[in-house]
Design a protein around this ligand. Structure first.
Ligand code: SF4
Length: 507
């Protein structure tokens, strides 16, 4: 059965020669680095839960290619139920780890490349789709972790890829060969890249004729020659090197271990190229990816919020404030925001529709609404957690102070609260809240899957304002009343621009 165990995942990474820099130094093995290990441990959880019988329904699926049971993280969405199950999987994993488990970017990139390779073939008579299906079968068989690489550095934001002073600000093909292509450039914010098996590169923006070198979708092994990872910093990351009680989410870390990935003239064989110059399909590919990924946040951040709400509720008991009605109401507000966003993600998935290739896309307007809410609700949930936990999470002495024989007892004494709880519980839970509401976590919620304005632009296009005007006109000017009802006479509709009959369905 193509389902890796957590140990097999870790050992498979150990066998790779990934060129990764952490803290400015080239690491021998990403698996053995203390700053990377929590992120690997988080991904290992995604492999572990696929083997738990009670979670099999959400963590695994049946491959439409082979009929075998595979990890849901390598599955092509076959129906709306698959989309719903994905959101349920994300909530489960968010609850189990309290952080980002990284594999969703690769999953959504996999689905985007599957759909667009089909659409390019249909329009151009190329053979990308069968090539991609062969690659997909390999990914499913080996249960690989894929890093989706979308976000180009972008250089001058007012200029298109072809207008940049430095042409490498967007990943591009610098050489077409008989047996493949050579790519150059970089992608930013690469979630889980450093501990992935493969990097699936997609265009990060819509493209125009003349920008063909930038229309490249391809897969490269994470240890291919010329692929370089530079690990990003996170809030409080070096506390992991100190140990003690200061770390926060000790086992699983903060967000997704994002990295800069550089493609320093990387050769990609033809068998791994899924778009090569078809600029007119780049925008749709970006759009497909973004729509799936934006809906995700109602699942993963819902699961993360469950853990944060739990930590906050426990903190109120430790402080002795848990019986206060206002405290309870603030917890309710945290729950309300979590469930509202989760409900939107489930709704976006349940209303999924079929794409030309046969796979399923979630409702775009609802998916964008999910992510737009996340850019606010994660901050608000964090704010309420700070409110209830108290200021000590920002002023607490470090673990070395606790260990110091001269002052350790004093710190313990003056940070004790409700005597039913050991002071170390207050410190551990306080550090968790501090870390999981830190700058890195918040910024990830703001900008992951696209910055807030990107969702608002999409929402304006998807919300059908003209259709809504027609709805208003019909309600106000309509005359199809039930006969015999004593309704008032109204003034006739004045001559003005507008359309009086409804032509779009109510959504
Ligand atoms: Fe998955 Fe959420 Fe992390 Fe994106 S932010 S990779 S959806 S867990």
């Amino acid at each position: 059965m193509p389902l890796k165990t957590p140990n097999e995942y870790v050992e498979s990474l150990r066998n790779m020669k990934i060129r990764a820099y952490v803290g400015g130094e080239l690491v021998d093995s990403v698996v053995d680095h203390p700053l990377v290990a929590p992120h690997i441990n988080t991904v290992a959880k995604t492999y572990e839960l696929a083997h738990v019988p009670e979670h099999q329904d959400v963590m695994t699926a049946i491959s439409h290619l082979t009929g075998e049971r595979i990890h849901r993280y390598t599955h092509i969405f076959q129906n709306a139920d698959d989309l719903v199950k994905k959101i349920q999987m994300l909530r489960l994993l968010g609850q189990a780890t309290g952080t980002c488990f990284q594999r969703c970017v690769g999953l959504d990139a996999l689905n985007a490349a599957y759909a667009i390779s089909y659409e390019i073939d249909a329009a151009r008579g190329t053979d990308y789709h069968q090539r991609f299906r062969d690659y997909l079968a390999y990914v499913q068989r080996e249960d690989l972790m894929l890093a989706g690489a979308m976000t180009d550095p972008k250089g001058h934001r007012a200029k298109k890829p072809s207008q940049q002073e430095d042409p490498d600000q967007f990943v591009r093909v610098i050489e077409q060969r008989e047996d493949g292509v050579v790519i150059r450039g970089a992608k930013l914010h690469n979630t889980g890249g450093i501990n992935s098996h493969e990097v699936l590169v997609l265009p990060g923006t819509g493209l125009s004729p003349g920008e063909e070198p930038y229309a490249i979708a391809c897969a490269v092994p994470a240890d291919a020659p010329g692929v370089i990872f530079v690990f990003g910093r996170q809030s409080n990351d070096t506390r992991k090197l100190e140990g003690g009680c200061d770390i926060g989410n000790t086992r699983f870390g903060v967000v997704g271990g994002e990295a800069l990935v550089v493609f320093d003239d990387v050769f990609v064989p033809t068998s791994r190229v899924f778009m090569n110059g078809e600029v007119e399909h780049a925008a749709t590919m970006v759009n497909y990816f973004a729509t799936w990924h934006r809906a995700n946040y109602g699942g993963c951040k819902g699961g993360n919020a469950d853990v944060l709400i739990g930590a906050t509720a426990k903190m109120t008991r430790i402080l002795g404030t848990d019986r206060n009605a206002i405290v309870k109401d603030k917890l309710v507000e945290m729950i309300h925001r979590t469930e509202t966003t989760y409900a939107s993600a489930i709704g976006a998935s349940a209303l999924g529709y079929q794409l030309p290739c046969g796979s399923f896309m979630c409702d775009p307007l609802l998916a964008n609404t999910v992510k737009q809410n996340i850019t606010r609700n994660v901050y608000e949930i964090g704010r309420l957690s700070h409110d209830l936990a108290g200021g000590f999470i920002a002023t607490l002495p470090d673990s070395k102070s606790l260990e110091n024989p001269e002052i350790g007892d004093l710190v313990r004494k003056y940070y004790s609260a409700n005597p039913e709880y050991d002071v170390m519980e207050r410190i551990r839970f306080g550090r968790y809240i501090e870390n999981m509401t830190s700058v890195t976590t918040m910024v990830e919620a703001m900008h992951g899957a696209g910055s807030p304005q990107a969702q608002r632009i999409s929402m304006l296009g998807q919300a059908d304002i003209e259709g809504k005007i027609r709805l208003a006109e019909e309600v106000i000017y309509g005359t199809d009343n039930v006969e015999g009802l004593p309704l008032p006479e109204v003034a006739p509709r004045p001559e003005s621009p507008g359309v009086a009959s409804r032509t779009s369905p109510i959504k």
